[in-house]
Design a protein around this ligand. Structure first.
Ligand code: ZN
Length: 151
């Protein structure tokens, strides 16, 4: 078994230094802006929804390592998911980082490597960093606080 603390560090450092799906998304039809004043994290999430499926998702902005890594890994996870699956992932992830998921053996199966964020639950001030991108993508998906619609 790899040391979880190391894995946590490694994945978060990797994604915060080389965020995936970073930058504007051509053809995005939904977007939302998120801000975490506690830490200063700012993020814009771009969504390309086709019918009920997340065809593509990008983000840009600036923030701490936790918020950037969480956003990066969220985009990887959401691609190809239905609206319903994405909503479920939000719930499972939120549960995980707020410390309620330890007894849920299903969590790691659903979240995969996102389970590394379980450690965040020990640091309440970091929970908002970890969930910022998730709240933002959910707003975008629901059409809340969307700034521009290209359709
Ligand atoms: Zn932060």
């Amino acid at each position: 078994m790899p040391d979880l603390r190391e894995l946590y560090q490694e994945l978060i450092v990797d994604h915060s230094k080389r965020p995936r799906n970073f930058g504007k998304l051509d053809g995005a039809n939904q977007q939302a802006v998120g801000y975490n004043p506690l830490c200063g994290d700012k993020i814009t999430v771009y969504l390309k929804m086709k019918d009920d499926v997340v065809e593509d998702v990008h983000f840009e902005g600036s923030g701490c390592a936790i918020s950037t890594a969480s956003a990066s890994m969220m985009t990887e996870k959401f691609k190809g998911k239905t609206r319903q699956e994405a909503e479920e992932l939000f719930e499972v992830f939120h549960h995980l980082v707020t410390g309620g998921a330890e007894k849920d053996s299903d969590t790691s199966g659903k979240l995969g490597k996102l389970a590394v964020f379980a450690g965040v639950s020990e640091f309440p001030v970091r929970v908002k960093c970890a969930t910022l991108a998730w709240h933002t993508v959910r707003s975008a998906m629901r059409g809340e606080q969307a700034l521009v619609s290209t359709e």
